[in-house]
Write a protein that binds this ligand. Sequence first.
Ligand code: N01
Length: 537
Amino acid sequence: MSTETTRALKSGGAANTTVDAVKGSTSVKRSSLKAAAEKPTRTGASTPDKTYDTLIVGAGFGGLGSAIKLKEAGLSNFLVLERAADVGGTWRDNQYPGAACDIPSNLYSFSFAPNPNWGSSYSGAKEIMAYIHHLVEEFGLNRFLKFNQNVADVRLNDEEGVWYVTTSEGVIWKGRTLVMASGALANASFPKIPGIETFKGKKIHSAQWDHNYDLKGKRVAVIGTGASAIQIIPELVKKVDKLKVFQRTPAWVMPRLDFKRPEWTKKLFAAVPGTQMLTREGLFWAHEAMALALIWDSPMRKLAQRLSYQMLKLQVKDTWMRRQLKPDFKIGCKRVLVSNEYYPALQATNAELITWPIAGICETGVRSSDGLIHQVDAIVFATGFDIPKSGTPYPIRGVGGRVLAQEWSKGAQAYKSVNISGYPNLFMLFGPNSGPGHNSALVYMEQQIGYTVKAVQKILGEDLKMLDVKPEAQADYNSSIQKRLAKTNWNSGCKSWYLTEDGFNATMYPGFATQYAAQMATLNVGDYKAVKAAVSA
Ligand code: N01
């Protein structure tokens, strides 16, 4: 055992309590999830006895999907560590008014767990959360979930070939393989605006909505006009007295074909599941075609841009306002927004679009650079997330104590987005260059999960101590990805959360979902170094 690992173990919490989390029945109901979560198991300074075959960090779609697929593969010695008191990840956190998915529900759900009863073509956060809770019940995941486990440190003991995962409470969990499913959009980010701390009114972040604070009749500022803001603004404008929207960069907006699903379609999907599969296929290919418009500069890109501008012209009659809302970058460069209600909401009598840059925040409101102070009771920060593009959300140490954040200081890299050389037996969901700009994130996620399960089966089946991707395989993969990215709209000059400050794109996958699926279909064993576990005497 390395000295660092020993030190980590010594820094553990209260002694002599059990680490064996996988107790209890498969039929625990959701109410008991929360109860269990309130009593985190603590382990002490001594090495815990149990080593899981797999530890999964995060109980959002990625963590739960991995658990389902491991279980289906006949593996049950695994545990899902979740920092909060409930499952759901980003959908648990993002409960702002109007929160919904901008990908149709029949595609934004697992292909292996279709829901015939989606209430509308695009579902809201509440319905998506209900689906996630249903997954837990349906696939008997309760006994694998461990709540209030805020992972703070992850390190490999390379003598043992075991990952040690330490929580902020000092609880230590051990796993032969590790699935990082903690999500890229997990940490809400308040912008660094001068004076933000001086504001005396209410500050609300879109990803940490305070439902106890009543915005009815209040003067409210919204900072940001991204995917979250354009869902929040149409809801707020209905209830607040005055809404001031601070836009830094206008986005391309597309219409949303949203409708309430007729009852007969639900019955049909339930009775003839093939019809739902066909619908999903249709949606998948329609979104695949969008890649031609959103990823690359093509005639389709120009067409999409024209369509978006037509919508702006139709919905916004005032030419000055239209000019303020017209983006000056290629469509697809930043995330395309989907809404029929956003532009009308901005033109409501109680709404105002402010395009002067924000100079600061003071006790009473937001100061714009034209010298005005916009006095408000509350500020909604729809300003996005802290994206660990070059760092990691917590320290991750691999072979010989190497530190991933240091290796990624100039931009994150992985092999096929899931494996990182020097960090054997570790699998990242939504790792570097796995993001889609045109299709459902869950389509990509299913591929990552399938790949991970194949590799975990190999490690356990062949009793490998380590399965580590070769550095040259990772380098080749990345040089090809970066070459392809250079030709995409994302790298065409706008600023977005996809890029680092230096313009390095460690976020998006430069291709069709079908290409991504093809690369994930095979575990190329030749690209990995496999180390057998020592045979015990
Ligand atoms: O965050 P964002 P988001 N002063 O980073 C502005 C997913 N999502 O929460 O464009 C002034 O996109 C910033 O301005 P600019 C989805 O993947 C999915 O909206 O940088 N403004 C921008 O307008 C999405 O991409 C759904 O110039 C400041 C906004 O804040 C991701 O989440 C729904 C500022 C931030 O936009 C993030 O979306 C919602 C400052 N200092 C979200 N700092 C689905 O439907 C930032 N801004 C699936």
